[in-house]
Design a protein around this ligand. Structure first.
Ligand code: FAQ
Length: 331
């Protein structure tokens, strides 16, 4: 018997859905975390999968730019620090894929979407790392931008994502400090070393401001995402925070921020800064940045070459769990 035959109209179900959505929104408005077993709006689930998976991909692809410098780090100490940092990024990817899996998608599916180019990762990882100073600039500026964005995500409405962020932010703080320390040491060094630090800042400044996404007026998802408290602050608000925090740090290093329009505005109590080249941003996220092809190809090759190892691990795990079940039956 159909619902209509039973005298139940569609509008009853529509009312039921509207009621559930209203209760869901009220929960979010009251600051109550949404957990995987809770009812959630389908759009909310999809928005989270999109953002968390892109975030996870960014952590994994984000290992590549600095990873290329592990063998060229200038001392044993710097090598050990960089190795630990790059490994941390892999861990962040795993926490985030784990958080996405609680929403009913598989890790294999998400990774396939990255490899097919259907899912994005952060624009910043499509720029080349030309000198050791770039490694410092990544820690200082890229991790610095990531912390500003992620500190706000620690209060996001989805429990597993918010909890992953708390852990990630603690590690990112160490990453940011090590990057600043690399820059500091270069700025205390020879004229050539200081020039290298300045060139790195010149290259990374604008792409780092682009990390926060398009201007609020052009942001497709921000309004709904903020209503659901997936995002707590807008792209422009976080970008402004990045400028305000970082300019004094650059001044302390004795470096010049590459923006002729940058100036303190006492009326706003913020720095004013110049226009971002949004054409460059859109080119990079469309796959045409300086390193997009190389980054994705490296990632796909690593997955293919490691397939035998993952298969062996899965076979071993299956054998072990079979043995455990048999032991359980014997007991
Ligand atoms: N790159 O409507 P909105 C890190 C896309 S982690 C590429 O404003 P939304 C750690 C956006 O996806 C860095 N695409 O989007 C580390 C959307 O496209 P779609 C990653 C971008 O989601 C350090 C379209 O533009 N962090 O660095 C970018 O509300 C060192 C419209 O934009 C996160 O992922 C971009 N920069 O806001 C690792 C944090 N910006 O999906 C290694 C979590 C925008 O419709 C070494 N994510 N797009 O096809 C977020 O907070 C948000 O997703 C934003 C974008 C703010 C990135």
């Amino acid at each position: 018997m159909s619902y209509e035959d039973a005298g139940v109209t569609h509008s009853v179900f529509a009312d039921d859905l509207a009621g559930r959505e209203a209760a869901f929104q009220a929960k979010i408005d009251a600051g109550i975390a949404i957990e995987p077993q809770d009812w959630m709006a389908e759009g909310y689930r999809k928005m989270l999968i999109r953002q968390i998976s892109q975030h996870a991909h960014s952590e994994i692809i984000g290992q590549l730019p600095e990873g290329g410098w592990i063998t060229r780090a200038p001392s044993l100490e710097r090598k050990a620090i960089l190795l630990a940092k790059v490994q941390d990024e892999a861990g962040h990817g795993l926490y985030l894929y784990g958080a996405a899996e609680t929403l009913g998608v598989s890790r294999e599916q998400l990774i396939a979407e990255l490899h097919d180019g259907k899912s994005k990762y952060s624009s910043i990882f499509n720029y080349p790392v030309l000198t050791w100073a770039d490694v410092g600039a990544i820690g200082w500026l890229v991790d610095g931008a990531a912390i500003i964005n992620q500190t706000s995500l620690c209060r996001c409405s989805y429990g597993p994502y918010a909890r992953a962020m708390v852990r990630i932010c603690k590690e990112e703080s160490f990453h940011q400090r090590q990057g600043y320390d690399v820059m500091w040491r270069l700025c205390q060094g020879t004229e050539k070393q200081k020039a290298m630090a300045q060139e790195a800042l010149d290259r990374w400044w604008w792409p780092c401001l682009m990390m926060f996404g398009p201007a609020d007026a052009d942001s497709v998802h921000s309004m709904q995402s903020m209503a659901w408290k997936i995002k707590i602050h807008s792209n422009d608000a976080l970008r402004q925070r990045m400028v305000d925090q970082t300019v004094p740090q650059a001044e302390y290093l004795g470096l010049r921020v590459p923006d002729p329009d940058l100036r303190w505005n006492p009326a706003r109590d913020h720095y004013d800064f110049g226009a971002i080249d949004w054409h460059e941003f859109h080119r990079v996220i469309a796959g045409e940045g300086p390193c997009n092809h190389e980054r994705l190809a490296t990632r796909v090759r690593a997955a293919e070459e490691g397939a035998w190892f993952r298969e062996a691990l899965a076979a071993y795990a299956e054998k072990q769990s079979g043995a455990e079940c048999r032991n359980e039956v014997k007991r």
